[in-house]
Design a binder for this molecule. Structure first.
Ligand code: FES
Length: 581
C-alpha cells in the first residue's frame, strides 16, 4: 500500500486503528500497536470492537472522586455489555482544597490534558469522569475541542453528616460554623467536632456549590445520561448511571453522535436557564463562557440577566434554600426541575441518548409530589439566582448571587474600605485598628484571572473580626475574584476588567463612596472620570508576569471572566456569535 493510501485508511479508521503513531509506515505502526496492547492479554476479537476511552481522575488528593474505582468498573461493564472495548487512562485531577494557589489556575491545564489525550490515543468515544468543581468544566472544555462522541459521568455528591443533632454538609455549613467560631460563638472543641461531620462520605460538596452546579449544567446540556446529575457518590443509582454511561458510549460511537451536536447555542441557553433556576454557583457562568468559547460562541451576559428576570429559583438547596443534593435526588433530580422549567427550555436539543430533551422529558413521566423543587408559581426566589451588574466600576460587567444575598443590602451606598491584595487583607482585616463600620463596603483588589493568579475564591471576604464579634453577619463586598457556590452574602464578584490589568477597581481608594443597586443592575464608584484618569496616570499598572513555565503561559494568555478565564489560544478559531442568539 502506498503512503497516500495508508494515510487515507488511517483517516477513516476506527477503533484501535485510529490515529496511528507516526513511524513513516502505517502498516508497521498498527502491527506494533497491536503487539503492545496484546501484551496486556487482549485478543484480536477484543481489538475489533469500538473503543471507548474512560478518563480516570482518581487521586488521593481528590476525595470528591473517591468512588472512582467503582465507577470505572461499572463504566467498563457497561461498555462490554454493549460490545465495546473499554480503555481506561488517567489525566490530571484537581481537588478543590488541595490545589495551590487555586484550582482555577489548573483548570485550563486539565482541559488541555483532556483534549490532547483524547486526540492522541485511539478511541471512538469517551466517558469523562469528573465531579469536583473544576474537573467537569475542564473535561467538557477539552472534549468540546477534541470533538468526538462524549458522555460526562459525574462522581456524585457526598452524604450529609450530623453534628449534635443538626444535619450538616460541605460546604455551606463549613462556612457557617467557621463564622460562628470567628465570632466567638462556639469553642475549639465544637469546631473540632463539626470538622469530623461536615464531609460524611466521599463525593462532591452536598449543597448547590460549583460541583453540583456543573453536574446540573452537564445534564441540562444533554451531556449525561438521564438523571446523571444527582445520585450521591456512594449509591447504587450512581453506579447504575456509570454502567449506563459505558453502554451508551458504545452506541454514540457507532452513531457518530459527536459532541458538537450536543453542545449548541440552544443547549447552552438551556444550561443558562438551569443555572439561574437552581440558584447555581456564580462560577457556573465563568465555566459556561469557557465551554461556549470552545464551540465558537460567547455568552451574552445582558441576555443572561434578562433571562434571570423571568427564570425564578426553583430548587430549595443550600445556600439559597434548605436542602442538600441527596434530597434533590430523592425528589426526582433534574427531571423534576426540567419538567417545571419546560416552558422556558429549547426542547429540540439533542442529548447523549440520541433523543431530544423534549422526548426525554416525556419518557421521564409526570413526576410525583415532593418539596425540593418548587413550582414556577411558588419559587424560592422570584428571579434567577445571578444578576449581572455594570457601571463605571465594572465596565465589562460583574455578577452577584442575589438569591444568597441580604435583601437589606442590595440597594446600598457606602464608604469603601480597600485591601490591595489578599496579603493586605489577611494582615489587616482582624485588626482592632481597622477603620470599618457595618455600613462600609469591603473592596479586595488583585484576585482576578491574572491578579492572584487564577481568580481564587477569595471574593467571600470575611467580616472583620471586631464586627463579627458585634454580631454583624453580612456586608457588601466587592472584588474581581470568584466565590465558592457554597457561600452566601451580598457579594459582588468577577469585576471586569480586573484590577491587575488596570480596570477601574485598581483605582478605588479607602473613603471613596460606592453604590450598589441590584434593582438597577448598577455598581458605581462615585468618583469623577477625571479623578479616576488622574489616579491611573499617578499609579500606572504593571501587569503580572512570570519568567517561565505554566505560570508564564497562564499570565500571557488567560482571558477575563466574561470570556471564561480560558486561554485565548484554546478558544475556537472563530467566534460565530453570542448565545442565546
Ligand atoms: Fe470537591 Fe467541593 S471540594 S466538590
Amino acid at each position: 500500500m502506498t503512503d497516500k493510501k495508508n494515510l487515507e485508511t488511517t483517516k477513516k479508521a476506527t477503533g484501535i486503528r485510529k490515529g496511528l503513531t507516526n513511524y513513516g509506515d502505517t502498516g508497521f505502526s498498527l502491527f506494533l500497536r497491536k503487539a503492545f496492547v496484546k501484551g496486556s492479554g487482549l485478543s484480536d476479537n477484543a481489538l475489533e470492537r469500538p473503543v471507548v476511552g474512560i478518563i480516570n481522575t482518581g487521586s488521593a488528593y481528590n476525595p470528591c472522586h473517591g468512588n472512582m474505582p467503582q465507577l470505572i468498573e461499572a463504566v467498563k461493564r457497561g461498555v462490554m455489555l454493549a460490545g465495546g472495548l473499554p480503555m481506561e487512562f488517567p489525566t490530571i485531577s484537581i481537588g478543590e482544597s488541595f490545589a495551590q494557589p487555586t484550582s482555577m489556575f489548573l483548570r485550563n491545564l486539565m482541559s488541555m490534558d483532556t483534549e490532547e489525550m483524547i486526540r492522541a490515543q485511539p478511541m471512538d468515544s469517551i466517558v469523562l469522569i469528573g465531579g469536583c468543581d473544576k474537573t467537569v468544566p475542564a473535561q467538557l472544555m477539552g472534549a468540546a475541542s477534541a470533538g468526538i462522541p462524549t458522555i460526562q459521568l459525574i462522581t456524585g455528591s457526598m452524604l450529609t453528616g450530623s453534628h449534635r443533632g443538626e444535619r450538616v454538609g460541605a460546604c455551606t455549613d463549613c462556612r457557617r460554623y467557621w463564622a460562628k467560631f470567628r465570632a466567638g460563638e462556639i469553642d475549639e472543641q465544637e469546631i473540632s467536632d463539626v470538622n469530623n461531620q461536615l464531609v460524611a462520605s466521599v463525593g462532591t460538596c452536598s449543597v448547590m456549590g460549583t460541583a453540583s452546579t456543573m453536574a446540573c449544567i452537564a445534564e441540562a446540556l444533554g451531556m449525561t445520561v438521564p438523571g446523571g446529575a444527582s445520585p450521591p457518590a456512594v449509591t447504587a443509582d450512581r453506579i447504575r448511571a456509570a454502567e449506563q454511561s459505558g453502554a451508551q458510549a458504545v452506541k454514540i460511537a457507532q452513531e457518530h453522535l459527536t459532541i458538537d451536536k450536543i453542545i449548541t447555542s440552544e443547549s447552552l441557553e438551556n444550561a443558562m436557564r438551569v443555572l439561574l433556576a437552581i440558584g447555581g454557583s456564580t462560577n457556573g457562568i465563568v465555566h459556561l463562557a469557557a465551554i461556549a468559547g470552545r464551540v465558537g460562541l460567547e455568552i451574552d451576559m445582558q441576555a443572561l440577566d434578562r433571562m434571570g428576570r423571568d427564570t425564578p429559583v426553583l430548587l430549595d438547596l443550600k445556600p439559597s434554600g434548605a436542602h442538600y443534593m441527596e434530597d434533590f435526588h430523592h425528589a426526582g433530580g433534574m427531571a423534576t426541575l426540567l419538567r417545571e422549567l419546560k416552558p422556558l427550555l429549547n426542547l429540540n436539543t439533542l442529548t447523549v441518548m440520541g433523543r431530544t430533551l423534549g422526548d426525554q422529558l416525556e419518557l421521564d413521566g409526570p413526576g410525583f409530589k415532593q418539596d425540593v423543587v418548587r413550582s414556577i408559581s411558588n419559587p424560592i426566589y422570584p428571579q434567577g439566582g445571578i444578576a449581572v451588574l455594570s457601571g463605571n466600576l465594572a465596565p465589562g460587567g460583574a455578577v452577584i448571587k442575589q438569591s444568597a444575598a441580604n435583601p437589606d443590602l442590595m440597594e446600598h451606598e457606602g464608604r469603601a474600605v480597600v485591601f490591595e491584595n489578599m496579603e493586605d487583607m489577611a494582615t489587616r482585616i482582624d485588626s482592632d485598628d481597622l477603620d470599618v463600620t457595618p455600613s462600609d463596603i469591603l473592596v479586595l483588589k488583585n484576585i482576578g484571572p491574572k491578579g492572584a493568579p487564577g481568580m481564587p475564591e477569595a471574593g467571600y471576604l470575611p467580616i472583620p473580626q471586631k464586627l463579627a464579634r458585634a454580631g454583624v453577619k453580612d456586608m457588601v463586598r466587592i472584588s474581581d475574584g470568584r466565590m465558592s457556590g457554597t457561600a452566601f452574602g451580598t457579594i459582588v464578584l468577577h469585576v471586569t476588567p480586573e484590577s491587575a490589568i488596570g480596570g477601574p477597581l485598581a483605582h478605588v481608594r479607602s473613603g471613596d463612596r460606592i453604590r450598589l443597586s441590584v434593582k438597577n443592575r448598577e455598581i458605581s464608584l462615585l468618583v469623577s472620570a477625571e479623578e479616576l484618569a488622574k489616579r491611573g496616570i499617578d499609579n500606572p499598572i504593571v501587569e503580572p508576569a512570570a519568567a517561565r513555565g505554566y505560570r508564564k503561559l497562564f499570565l500571557q494568555t488567560v482571558t477575563q471572566a466574561d470570556k471564561g478565564v480560558d486561554f485565548d489560544f484554546l478558544r475556537a478559531e472563530q467566534i460565530h456569535g453570542k448565545t442565546p442568539r
